[in-house]
Design a protein around this ligand. Structure first.
Ligand code: FPP
Length: 235
């Protein structure tokens, strides 16, 4: 099976999955988090080089205080555990998004994990936390504008590849396949620049039930597609 170089996943459906079991939403997030650890192992086994997941959006702060607090608790334990996963899978971890809104100890854990894993190169894992694509683009423009004002970049030198260097995902190839679980068919402000040519795969399976079998199914569907990029299809 030919695997995509970069898979992006919108982890959706933890809450509905839990509700269907008569459990609180937080239980769904705990199971979703455990599933993320397993999927990282599966992705590595399959030979995918880049994985990016949408774990917490700039909009998710609007959820109930109880749910947000539960998620923060989960991030704390996950970021710590992720070091083991990084070591096992020789996986470099990077957080994309704006970490400045998180509590200082979470920001510290993010820095520690990124520093700890920075020399691994078998799997590159990006976790989107307090991420929104519009926010990322605006932050990038701000950095680029500062460089223009400082005379480091000439306005005429700004092209797509120059701009990409200012995004949170600088240096990472665009995703080949985007998977969204749990039935919704929208981007929800995720990687809008980077997904310009990406194949989309939507499944009704909620994130806590999305396992290796479902992942392989998504990759097979992707392989069966005819990717053209606006050029002429090869006969
Ligand atoms: C979407 O389900 C999920 C989230 C907003 C949070 C994602 C979090 C995890 C998978 C666990 C933690 C991840 C890390 C990186 C530690 P939802 O709550 O929107 O579900 P619903 O659409 O059914 O309500």
């Amino acid at each position: 099976m030919k695997v995509p170089n970069h898979i992006a996943i919108i982890l959706d459906g933890n809450g509905r999955w839990a509700k269907a079991k008569g459990m609180p939403r937080g239980y769904g997030h705990i199971k979703g988090c455990a599933n993320l650890e397993t999927i990282c192992d599966d992705i590595k086994d399959l030979g995918v080089k880049y994985l990016t997941v949408y774990a917490f959006s700039t909009e998710n702060w609007k959820r109930s205080r109880e749910e947000v607090e539960g998620l923060m608790k989960l991030f704390r334990s996950y970021l710590k555990k992720c070091m083991k996963s990084a070591e096992k899978n020789h996986m470099r971890v990077k957080i994309i998004g704006d970490p400045s809104a998180f509590a200082p100890d979470i920001q510290d854990k993010i820095r520690q994990l990124e520093e700890f894993s920075k020399d691994y190169d078998e799997l590159y894992f990006q976790i989107a936390l307090n991420y929104g694509s519009r926010d990322e683009i605006v932050r990038s423009i701000r950095k680029l504008a500062a460089d223009v004002a400082d005379g480091k970049v000439a306005p005429d030198a700004i092209d797509e590849s120059c701009f990409e260097n200012y995004l949170d995902t600088a240096g990472v190839p665009d995703p080949d396949l985007l998977i969204r679980t749990s039935g919704e068919q929208r981007l929800s402000n995720f990687l809008m620049w980077q997904l310009a040519y990406t194949e989309f795969y939507f499944t009704d399976v909620p994130w806590p039930d999305f396992h290796k079998k479902e992942l392989i199914e998504a990759i097979e569907k992707y392989n069966a597609r005819d990717r053209r990029y606006g050029g002429v299809k090869e006969e």
